[in-house]
Every structure is written in structure tokens, then in C-alpha cells.
Design a protein around this ligand. Sequence first.
Ligand code: PYC
Length: 322
Amino acid sequence: MKRIPYLDSHTGGEPTRLITSLPFDLGAGSVADKCSTLKAHHDDLRRTVLLEPRGSDVLVGAYLVPPADPTCQFGVIYFNNVGYLGMCGHGTIGLIASLAYLGRVQPGVIRVETPVGVVEATLHSPLPQGEGLGVRAGEYPNKVSVRNIPAYRHLTHVPVTVDGKTIHGDVAYGGNWFFLCHDHGLEVNMQNLEALTEFSWRVREQFTADGITGANGAEVDHVELFAAADEADSKSFVLCPGKAYDRSPCGTGTSAKLACLYGDGKLQAGKTWKQQSVVGSIFEGSIQIQDNRIIPTITGEAWVMSEGMILVDERDPFATGI
Ligand code: PYC
């Protein structure tokens, strides 16, 4: 019987399943190298941990791995129901809040190596200034700001025709690749999830058919449909690569959005932008410009919600998921 301990959290409704120790060695390379090794040799573990019957399409997983960069405390590799992610904003907020719950980090700055670069998380102290860095009994700090890798817009106002309707959007990078669209004409709310999902999926298929990619031929595997919001600057529906929608406002998607806003002259460095998800949760985002690069910071809260042990009986026909 294999036993794999896990800790589940959610960030604005989007779950992260944290696996703090892997049952095999991934060598001494960078986190990007470790991710390649996982893909090539250990993809069964991703399937076991995340797919039904032990998981679901909605879950995002996070493997905690040793960093190669000596300035980092942790390395992390995010994964989903169909593969691996470059970075994950909600996942990093979930990771740091989970590590705080486990007592493995204190409020302050924590550097994390991901397959696409180093991100810097700030775990905020829940106590007012002057009351120390600690927490009230039984509580753990759960508010996290993530200074992401640089974000940028790759293509502007790209037309895509779906079901005879032509829409437009930008292709931008925030740690993953996104198509960001405003003129889709759909209501962005919980009553319209099926239509939003099907439409976004068709957009993504059409992108592939049209040969539109991110830089260096990268697949644009996330679709963001934007709409006006009452309690934030904007609301969005985000479709993830495995056809589940992001319950959070999507940290990497918000980073891509901030890069486009800056490119359009609609966001200045240091100003806060509030992005709301289709379920109503909000991330605050801002950018800094450093060496002509756009560096987004995303802030949100995560909540631990389940701690346990995945059991894998080797006789189980669904040991590696459905
Ligand atoms: O928050 O960056 C994010 C994210 C990517 C996919 C799901 N969430």
C-alpha cells in the first residue's frame, strides 16, 4: 500500500492539493529540470493524486521540492488534471498559507523557485503592527502577496471566429499563456457557467486550428473572458487547460491582464487593480516596472480545509486515476 500525505487549501474558492514529500528522488537539478523528470518518468503520481476517484478536475496540485537556487527556501511544481503548469498564483498563495498552517514559515518574504523562475511571496502578519509577528492561538497567517515573474503581452487584438461570430483578444503571458477577451458578449456569472465553458473551449480549439501561439510556439491553453464588475475593477471567467474553470481570479491570468492594461495605458505602476472571479472572490494586483519589464504582484487569502493520507492499493484498477 502506498501512502501519500496531502494538505488541501483553497484560494478564493480554487483548491490546491499540496504534497510535501515525494516518494522518489528527482535529482539535484533546477525545479524546471525536476518538472521535466516528473513529466517523463513519474506522471502516474500526478494522475493518482489529482484525478478521480481520489481527486477531481477542479483540483490543482503542488509538489514541494528542494530548490536549486540557493536564495530560495522552497521549490514548487504545479500540476492539474492534464499536465503541469509553469506558475500558479492561487497555488502559491495556497502553498504559503499551508506552510504557515504547518508552522514551516513565518510572516515575511519567502522565495520560491518554480519551473519558470523565482517568485517572491510575502506572508502578511495577521496582527496589527506592534503586536509582533505571531498569530492568535489556533490561527495561522493566510494573506499572501506573490511577486510574480515578469508578465508581457505577445499579441494584440487577435481575431478569432467561433460559430460564425468573430471576437478579439490579446495573447499574454503571466507564468502561463492566456487569451484575454472582452467582446465575447456572454454574461459572466454563475448561472452561465456551461455556456462560458463551452464557448471558451471552442475559442481555444479555434486558436489551435488557426495556428495562433504564444512566444516560441507555446500553446495558449487558458482563456479569460472579462466583464464589468460592481465590487472590483473587472470580473473574469477563466478556463484552465483541462476544461475546469478557475474559481479564483487566477493569479497568472491577472498578471497577464495587468500587462495588457499597462500596455494600453490603463494602469500605472503602483496602482491597485481588483480582479474578481466568476464565483465572486477578489485578488488585488499591481505592477512595478523594472528594467523595462512588468513585474506583477498579486494578493489574496487561502484557507486550509483538509489534511489526510492518499492510499493507493496496488491491486486497485484505478490506482492511477480515471
Ligand atoms: O492562479 O495562476 C493561477 C491559476 C492558474 C490555473 C489555475 N489557477
